[in-house]
Design a protein around this ligand. Structure first.
Ligand code: NAD
Ligand code: UGA
Length: 456
């Protein structure tokens, strides 16, 4: 099929690359000319495992890049995957989606069949609104056009984006008519029927089955927000229990395994720590609360999850405070800037909140991340932060360390040799419990995880 994908970000680019790989003729469009220029050179604008191998392995016929909407005129299917970031009041910013809808309306040809697919995560009614914008734009001529609409929310995880796209647990399709269902099934047929060769650098799971879940557009929109909200609540739940574990002397890692071994609960998303961040959970939980408010409804459970999440950042800082008493002038090393390993995404990363709290207290921050080289625009204006290219150069400078992202490289450090090599380093706050989970133990410097018995 001829497919146009609007937005060359984590979702748009991944979707385009996967669809091109399985045989569709895909054109990716972005309004950011630098992104498109970079993609034309085979350089991925996002850090996602396997992306550049994929870019170099797909023919131009199957994957091309453009900044001109007119290049989408012959696409049978146009997938919108632009950002829907949170506005200051928590609502999703619809400007990019609505801008894309207008630009699409301008390039469609009468008589030619199109399906407009919304993949971005959007508030209830947004699919209907995209249809309305296109109808309004085309005015009285709308009847001469053949346009259908589908909601097709995305569930990929950053760091596993390609894997999740080739091995989706479920594909949710919300649409009103039979013709669109058939076309959407055709789009994903090679993935659902497993009729493609899995790229070498993606882990293969033989006999994998994906579920296609057909529903209406509104339900598809709510499925997406509810899935993210549920996962956020699950993490905040274990973090709330982790707080109690610290008072009672229980070990949250055991507690998590113990409750997760009930298949009704499951072990996933029960890892306690400094909480959830990223480009989606924070914005989607606040967008869901805003949606409910439009109906005069409160969402106390989701509000509580957000609250607990912000307390977890503060808990990491309070561990420094109770050890050192004075944070002003304290030299703190931050290990990890991205919101989780495997991505360069720093949107709403826990590290950013922790750095901002520390800078406000007057601490001196030394930050390291294997991929992210700076977070300038996300933190308060300060000269008190320095980015270190090598973690080994950071270690001799600091009084304390906070592990904010569980990048595998941090567990390879020679922690047992730290006391001798870095005598100034007095405390390691393991915001992800990564050392204790990997059986790494030491007495000096002092070790503090989240929800575990200190020193263990
Ligand atoms: P992103 O910020 O990485 O990429 C969005 C891209 O859209 C940018 O390159 C931007 O330049 C482009 N864009 C904006 N307006 C445009 C327009 N009018 N025309 C053409 N291009 C335009 O965003 P993302 O992380 O890929 O997220 C996209 C959507 O998918 C969001 O709604 C998000 O909630 C949802 N989502 C994201 C993830 C994820 O892991 N990042 C997973 C599932 C769903
Ligand atoms: C999440 C969802 O998992 C995807 O299904 C969804 O498509 C995506 O949001 C989205 O809508 O954008 P992602 O944000 O990439 O994916 O990352 P996750 O792996 O879900 O982790 C989110 C955050 O929760 C990270 O900060 C992670 O460190 C934290 N987390 C995760 C925990 O603190 N504990 C856990 O047990 C699991």
């Amino acid at each position: 099929m001829k497919v146009g994908v609007i937005g060359a970000g984590y979702v748009g680019l991944t979707t385009a690359v996967a669809l091109g790989y399985i045989g569709h003729e895909v054109t990716v469009l972005d309004i950011n000319p630098d992104r498109i220029a970079s993609l034309k050179k085979g350089v991925s604008p996002i850090h996602e495992e396997g992306m550049e191998d994929m870019l170099s392995g797909i023919s131009e016929q199957n994957l091309s890049f453009s900044v001109n909407y007119t290049d989408l005129t012959d696409s049978e299917l146009i997938i919108i995957a632009v950002g829907t970031p949170a506005m200051p009041d928590g609502k999703a910013n619809m400007a990019y989606l609505e801008g894309a809808a207008v630009s699409i309306a301008e390039i469609l040809k009468p008589g030619q069949p199109y399906i407009i697919v919304v993949k971005s995560t959007v508030p209830i009614g947004s699919n209907q609104r995209v249809e309305h914008i296109i109808r309004r734009h085309l005015g009285q001529k709308y009847n001469q056009y053949q346009i259908d609409y589908a909601s097709n929310p995305e569930f990929l995880r950053e760091g596993f984006a390609l894997f999740d796209t080739f091995f989706p647990e479920r594909i949710v399709i919300g649409c009103n008519d039979e013709h669109t269902k058939v076309a959407m099934n055709e789009l994903y047929a090679p993935i659902v029927q497993r009729s493609f060769k899995v790229p070498e650098f993606i882990k293969n799971i033989p006999d994998y089955t994906s579920k296609v879940f057909l529903t209406d557009r509104t339900s598809a929109e709510l499925i997406k927000y509810s899935a993210n909200a549920f996962l956020s609540v699950k993490i905040s739940f274990i973090n709330e229990i982790a707080r109690l574990a610290e008072y009672t002397g229980a070990d949250i890692i055991s507690v998590s395994q113990g409750i997760g071994s009930d298949s009704r609960i499951g072990t996933k998303f029960l890892e306690a720590g400094i909480g959830w961040g990223g480009s989606c959970f924070p914005k989607d939980t606040s967008a869901l609360i805003s949606i409910a408010r439009e109906y005069d409804l409160n969402m106390p459970l989701i509000e509580a999850a957000i609250n607990i999440n912000s307390q977890m950042r503060k808990l990491a800082v309070s561990k420094l405070q109770s050890h050192f008493k004075v944070l002003r002038g304290l030299k703190v090393g931050i290990l990890g800037l991205s919101f989780k390993p495997g991505t360069d995404d720093v949107r709403d990363a826990p590290a950013i909140d922790i750095i901002n709290i520390l800078l406000n207290y007057g601490s001196l921050v030394y930050a390291h991340d294997p991929i992210v080289k700076g977070v300038g625009k996300h933190i308060i204006d300060s000269n008190d932060i320095e980015y270190m290219a090598e973690v080994e150069d950071l270690l001799p400078l600091v009084d304390a360390l906070v592990i904010t992202t569980d990048w595998p490289m941090y567990k390879q450090l020679n922690w047992q040799g730290f006391a001798e090599k870095y005598p100034d380093l007095k405390l390691v706050v393991d915001g992800r419990n990564m050392l204790v989970k990997n059986g790494i133990r030491f007495e000096t410097p002092e070790y503090a995880g989240i929800g575990i018995i200190d020193g263990q």
